[in-house]
Unconditional design. Structure first.
Ligand SMILES: Cc1cc2nc3c(=O)[nH]c(=O)nc-3n(C[C@H](O)[C@H](O)[C@H](O)COP(=O)(O)OP(=O)(O)OC[C@H]3O[C@@H](n4cnc5c(N)ncnc54)[C@H](O)[C@@H]3O)c2cc1C
Lengths: 254, 325
């Protein structure tokens, strides 16, 4: 089974998300970066599928050269090939991102050896537009299920489960297909030391594309208002227990 | 004319109110059964387009999106609004992809004109994004927290006409479709509990959660956790609170050994009262909580359990002594 996983490099912010002076962007000077959690599960699932059914896992990221860090992380988890997609713009809108991936997939497969399965995160961890996977699948003519929390090979297709509203939906989809998955699908492994060494040396392929910009333009980011009152410190250590229980009692939950 | 997508027969008040603020004429799209025209008329919706096709008997994201794209091509509305639910977002994303239109998801406010100026909620409220949406037909999903113009149902209730729309669909449009549906059996405890006792890295091990379980049991609540606990395999993912876990709004959230990273905070910030237990007085969770105890959770929580038991045994003192005979 040939599986392609699309991952995004996102800043790993702490207690607040710092912004640049002009509010145009997240100030990442003091932040680390990570693969989005949904996509980390997508990589894990792909590696498990290929271990069970044979084939290869290809990992792709759209963005600047620094995305190599996230692609190599996925290789360290067990993916086989890494691809960087240079779309020539710093933060493309969702239509442009989808266009970039669609073009890159066409370049990678060149009409031969198509992917059996494309995996995406349900939404990116920073911008969260909820549409890139669906746009790529549409562009490539593949069926797609989003929000996937369980996935298994069934016959010559896939059986996928997801939560929607207060229910659970089960889908059966023929291959080739796509899925946008959510964290909780599996528990991703930590890369092994040999995995990391192999990933460090791996050669990444770069594909340059020129996607059309879409119609959604970010103007500015801002912090939401934090209107909670100042904290009341009830005390220190075990001695504070009666005071906490008093509060719980007042709140009517004891 | 502006279209709103109606799910489950019920119009979403935020969506209808926002639609009316953007366009004087609002119509609705409904899939399958009774679209409830009378209820829609109360929200000022003058027509409902009922999409019917035998291939859409079971929910099929692509088929639903294709049908909407065809209806949009026919009606040329100024925009399409849907609630930012699992289905609402997915249907609009499929329609957008098929019609070659942009889509703005999770909007908390929208101002009309050309382009539309809107505010998106990113990461469940971690950040707000001001954006512009330029397109011949503007597709938007509306976040539950949207600050919509305070317009209730209009006083003069008009008529809501029902029109049928039969899209042209082929089996390839429904390759992904629901084959089974079930009630959710797991993970609802956390979402609906009125008290959540939650633990993070500070708990230190899977076994460490025993005292959180005990306290949650005494308070009739559920146990939650941070992503560190999930990642270490201490708790199942269904217990995770936060951006990529569950968003909860209990009466009381007790955050033990959790630093308060923004991705965790957005999952618990809607709790009515937040109590932090943390060794670090400078932890973000302590600063943002309503109440805090500075100390080791392995000392504080057992003391709380003992205190609650002691108070209960005093209250039920006579019963206890009777039992003892
Ligand atoms: C895209 C993305 C999505 C994410 N989604 C989520 C999510 O959904 N949910 C989530 O929780 N996180 C999420 N995270 C991770 C998040 O950024 C933090 O890493 C995580 O929440 C930290 O967990 P923690 O507070 O348990 O651990 P830490 O940040 O390590 O904090 C541990 C805290 O425990 C305190 N402590 C230590 N020992 C004790 C003790 N004995 N008694 C009392 N206090 C003690 C420390 O002072 C510290 O404040 C996400 C991250 C990213 C990048």
């Amino acid at each position: 089974m040939e599986v392609l996983v699309c991952v995004k490099r996102v800043p790993a912010a702490g207690a607040r998300v710092p912004l640049t002076g002009d509010g145009r962007d997240i100030d990442t000077r003091h932040l680390g970066f990570t693969i989005g959690p949904h996509e980390e599960c997508a990589v894990e699932e792909a590696v498990r599928l290929v271990a069970a059914h044979g084939g290869r896992v290809t990992v792709l990221a759209v963005g600047p050269a620094e995305c190599a860090e996230q692609v190599r992380y996925a290789l360290a988890m067990g993916a086989d090939r890494g691809v960087l997609v240079d779309a020539g713009r710093s933060d493309p809108d969702p239509e442009a991102t989808a266009g970039a991936i669609t073009q890159a997939v066409r370049t990678l497969t060149g009409g031969e050896e198509p992917f059996d399965l494309l995996l995406f995160g349900d939404c990116s961890a920073d911008a969260g537009h909820h549409q890139v996977g669906i746009r790529v699948a549409t562009g490539l003519g593949l069926p797609i299920v989003s929000g996937v929390k369980a996935l298994e090979v069934a016959g010559d297709g896939l059986r996928m489960r997801r939560e929607a509203g207060d229910g659970v939906e089960v889908y059966r989809v023929p291959l080739p297909a796509a899925a946008a998955v959510r964290e909780g699908l599996n528990l991703p492994r930590y890369p092994s030391l040999p995995g990391r060494l192999r990933a460090r040396k791996a050669e990444l392929r770069t594909v340059a594309v020129e996607p059309e910009p879409g119609g959604l333009r970010t103007v500015r980011l801002r912090q939401p208002a934090d209107d909670r009152a100042a904290v009341v410190v009830l005390g220190h250590g075990a001695a504070a227990a009666p005071a906490v229980v008093d509060v719980l009692d007042e709140l009517g939950v004891v | 004319m502006l279209l709103t997508v109606v799910e489950d027969r019920e119009p979403t008040p935020e969506v209808c109110a926002l639609a009316r603020s953007l366009d004087p004429v609002v119509e609705a799209v409904a899939y399958g059964a009774d679209p409830g025209p009378r209820e829609l008329a109360r929200w000022g919706v003058t027509a409902v387009h009922r999409i019917r096709h035998e291939l859409l008997d079971a929910y099929a994201p692509e088929g639903y999106g294709e049908a909407l794209a065809q209806l949009v091509a026919r009606l040329r509305p100024s925009g399409v609004l849907a609630a930012a639910t699992e289905h609402g977002t997915e249907i609009l994303a499929h329609a957008a992809a098929r019609a070659g239109l942009p889509l703005a998801t999770d909007c908390v406010s929208v101002t009309g004109g050309d382009p539309w100026r809107l505010v998106r909620s990113r990461g469940g409220g971690m950040l707000l994004e001001e954006a512009e949406l330029a397109a011949p037909v503007k597709l938007v999903t509306v976040a539950p927290a949207a600050a919509v113009p305070a317009a209730g149902p209009p006083h003069a209730v008009g008529e809501c006409a029902v029109a049928e729309f039969v899209p042209e669909l082929e089996p390839r449009h429904v390759r992904a479709r629901v084959v089974e549906r079930a009630a959710r059996t797991e993970g609802t405890g956390l979402a609906t509990a009125s008290v959540v006792v939650s633990g993070g890295r500070g708990v230190g091990s899977a076994e460490g959660y025993a005292v959180l379980e005990e306290l949650a049991g005494l308070l009739g609540g559920a146990v939650g956790c941070s992503r560190v606990a999930t990642g270490n395999g201490w708790r199942p993912h269904r217990d995770q609170v936060g951006l990529t876990g569950t968003r909860i709004a209990p009466e009381v959230y007790l955050a033990c050994g959790i630093s308060g990273a923004t991705q965790h905070w957005v999952g618990c910030m809607d709790a009515r009262t937040i109590i932090a237990v943390n060794t670090d007085p400078d932890a973000a969770m302590v600063a943002r909580a309503d109440y805090a105890v500075i100390g080791d959770l392995h000392e504080v929580l057992p003391a709380m359990v003992a205190e609650i038991r002691a108070r209960r045994s005093v209250h039920s003192g006579p019963v206890v002594s009777e039992e003892r005979g």
